[in-house]
Design a protein around this ligand. Structure first.
Ligand code: MN
Ligand code: MN
Length: 316
């Protein structure tokens, strides 16, 4: 079908291991102008508390995305016949200064949202969601949130710092960035400092779904509940790769056992179809701990699945 939309470079036009190193080998764009959705990288790891390396995440996710083909065999989604999409490159953070980087990220997302473009972000550590949510709230008001993670990321401080990868959702509550009765945290687990780690979000109106509640189950019924509660409210999807079990995704900084499976991850992202998604991210891929590339490969696939459930995508 001839199309005026950008297409990923096909595996029969150029070998998959060659060609441009953009997300899905899409055309590169200088800005979000004229795009319905964009892939954008944030090479940030100076907000991490344990293993670093997520600064290399965007590049490795792009490299592993070369295997992705345009048509979604499972869902029938045809994102590249529905939306104008490109890779707009990386946000030029200041890797010596986290607070300055947070400001730079917010400004970059103000510019993307001013073009009515939906950003899908290649992380980067989870600190990056705070400036994105700041930009989102300016554009859309307080947003609903689907947050998939092993961790609640609601610490008040880490080592005395208010800005770090374990604090973004505490700050988001304080700043009124979230529609708090429309926030779902899925996959939480591991050791904690106290029961407050998961009870504080509940007290804010969040719905907490622990990993144990997900074990041995399909996520499809849960996602029906999520869609019912959130309705048409502008919704942001933030996906921490450490929500997955380390058997699937070992290449990340703060690993917890007993996590989600890749098929549960697919059910969660595909279950976002019908939500009024205004953006999404895939964070915490750390290539130095991912020698097989599989963690980045899963990240690339989940970002593609996010693209497939954006508003306006047509299905074959
Ligand atoms: Mn996180
Ligand atoms: Mn996490």
């Amino acid at each position: 079908m001839p199309s005026s939309f950008n297409q990923p470079l096909g595996g029969n036009d150029m070998p998959r291991f060659a060609g441009p190193a953009t997300m899905m080998r899409l055309p590169m764009a200088k800005s979000a102008r004229g795009l319905d959705a964009c892939f954008v990288g944030i090479p940030l790891d100076i907000g991490t508390s344990n293993r670093s390396g997520t600064r290399h995440g965007p590049r490795q996710i792009r490299a592993e995305s070369c295997m992705l083909r345009p048509y979604n065999m499972a869902t029938g989604a045809t994102p590249f016949d529905s939306l104008q999409v490109a890779d707009i490159g990386d946000v030029a953070i200041n890797t010596f200064d986290l607070k300055k980087s947070v400001k730079l990220i917010e400004k970059a997302y103000d510019r993307i949202l001013a073009q009515d473009c939906i950003p899908l972000t290649l992380g980067g550590d989870h600190t990056l969601v705070l400036p994105i949510l700041r930009a989102m709230a300016k554009k859309h008001g307080p947003v609903a949130l689907v947050h998939v993670d092993a961790h609640a990321d609601i610490n008040d401080e880490m080592f005395g710092e208010k800005i770090a990868h374990g604090t973004p959702f505490r700050r988001a509550v304080e700043e009124g960035l979230l529609a708090q009765d429309k926030v779902f945290q899925i996959g939480l687990r591991g050791t904690g400092y106290s029961p407050e780690d998961f009870n504080w979000p509940r007290k804010q109106g969040f719905t907490v779904v622990t990993a144990e509640e997900c074990w041995h189950k399909s996520m499809t019924p849960l996602m029906a509940e999520v869609r019912k509660k959130i309705g048409n409210h502008p919704c942001y999807l933030t996906y921490d790769i450490d929500s997955l079990d380390p058997a699937f995704a070992p290449g990340t900084g703060t690993v917890e056992i007993g996590g989600l499976t890749t098929w549960q991850a697919l059910e969660i992202v595909r279950g976002c179809k019908g939500l009024n998604l205004v953006g999404g991210d895939l964070v915490e891929v750390s290539p130095p701990y991912d020698p097989s590339g599989n963690t980045a490969l899963i990240g690339a696939n989940l970002l593609y699945e996010m693209l497939c459930v954006l508003p306006g995508v047509k299905y074959a």
